[in-house]
Design a protein around this ligand. Structure first.
Ligand code: SAH
Ligand code: SF4
Length: 341
């Protein structure tokens, strides 16, 4: 990471060139060639002098590329990419096509430490955080196959706020107008609800959109489904979200996975409405996607619609998320499912 030029922000590249007695323009060339022109080796950055390129290489600098291991195409337009990391770990990213939108769902960790019981990634062994370069390169590879990515969701493998610094660094790089220029309003971070990091995000100069995976209207149900629910009660999360909204004035998306007989009853919907009262939110109801060894079942379409109606009537804009890419195990919560024993 330390020597990976793809992992550096624009200002860090300027510092590197300055420390090598090169002009700032060289930093600009580095950034543009790596993040706009997809240079994968220093030698390809030809506006830099040969001597400087050689010097960087001699000092061990390089430009990371993920190893694309596999690609699966679903007839509904969903594409799943499987990548190998340099230490043998594997991650996945998913491209979703939705009208004009070309959305990429990126991973932030190899595995996840949160261990939610309804999520395939949560059943994998946690390997490590991804670097910013490993996150941005998912985008660059997907673009080389599927064309320009217009929207980015941090909803792949891992908990983005558990890898806060690298995630924010990746957003800074992808948002940079000298690189890919993905608009900040088109970038969403999804979190299982880490209050401290939500507060940190609210104060951060870069502010992507925020989605929170709630999945339950009370702590009893939530802590059964999500280990993190035992550590952070809902009150703490709602408190952090109130603070976030006060500072950012941004609407928050609530994600709610519909699990048969567990969190999908009318009383749960009503309790959820009460819980969300102090916030300005919209809701996404996600039908549970199956994976081997998952002990839960998806709610019926009827149940989901009834649940949605209660939220809508109370003034919460609610969408039901279609299952996308299930045939290739690329739907929400299915990433890594093929590696489960
Ligand atoms: N760790 C972050 C982002 C990755 S998970 C988070 O939890 O928000 C992305 C979304 O998929 C989350 O809303 C998560 O709750 C949801 N999800 C996980 N497992 C699922 C499953 N089996 N079916 C449907 N959605 C699932
Ligand atoms: Fe991790 Fe999100 Fe899956 Fe929970 S739902 S295990 S936080 S990836």
């Amino acid at each position: 990471m330390d020597k990976d030029l793809k992992d550096k922000t624009y200002s860090e590249l300027l510092e590197i060139v300055a420390s090598h007695q090169q002009k700032p323009l060289c930093g600009q060339y580095l950034f543009i060639f790596i993040h706009q022109k997809d240079a994968t080796e220093i030698n390809a950055i030809t506006p830099l002098s040969k001597a400087f390129r050689q010097q960087l290489a001699d000092e061990g600098f390089g430009i990371l590329s993920l190893a694309p291991l596999d690609q699966h195409d679903d007839p509904d337009g969903t594409v799943k990419f499987v990548f190998g990391l340099c230490d043998g770990a594997k991650i996945e990213a998913v491209r979703l096509k939705d009208g004009d939108r070309n959305t990429l769902c990126v991973s932030t960790q190899a595995g996840c430490r949160m261990g939610c019981k309804f999520c395939a990634t949560g059943q994998l062994k946690f390997r490590r955080d991804l670097t910013a370069a490993e996150i941005v390169d998912q985008v660059y590879h997907a673009e080389s196959i599927c064309g320009r990515i217009s929207n980015l969701v941090y909803m792949g493998m891992g908990e983005p706020l558990d890898n806060f610094d690298n995630v924010m660094r990746s957003i800074e790089i992808l948002n940079d107008k000298r690189g890919r220029t993905i608009g900040i309003r088109r970038i969403t971070i999804s979190t299982c609800g880490l209050p401290e990091e939500i507060t940190k995000l609210a104060a951060h100069e870069i502010r992507p959109r925020l989605a929170v995976s709630l999945h339950a209207p009370n702590d009893a149900i939530r802590s059964k489904l999500m280990r993190v629910g035992r550590k952070h009660p809902l009150e703490e999360i709602i408190g952090a979200l109130k603070g976030y909204q006060k500072l950012t004035n941004k609407r928050i998306t609530i994600e709610y996975c519909m699990i048969d007989g567990i969190n999908d009853q009318i009383e749960h919907a009503k309790a959820l409405v009460r819980l969300l009262k102090p916030l300005r939110v919209n809701a996404n109801l996600i039908e549970l996607n199956p994976f081997p060894s998952c002990r839960y079942n998806a709610s019926s379409t009827h149940q989901i619609k009834e649940f949605a109606q209660i939220l809508t009537r109370s003034g919460i804009e609610t969408n039901i998320r279609f299952k996308r890419g299930r045939s290739i195990k690329a739907a929400c919560g299915q990433l890594g499912a093929t590696w489960l024993k």
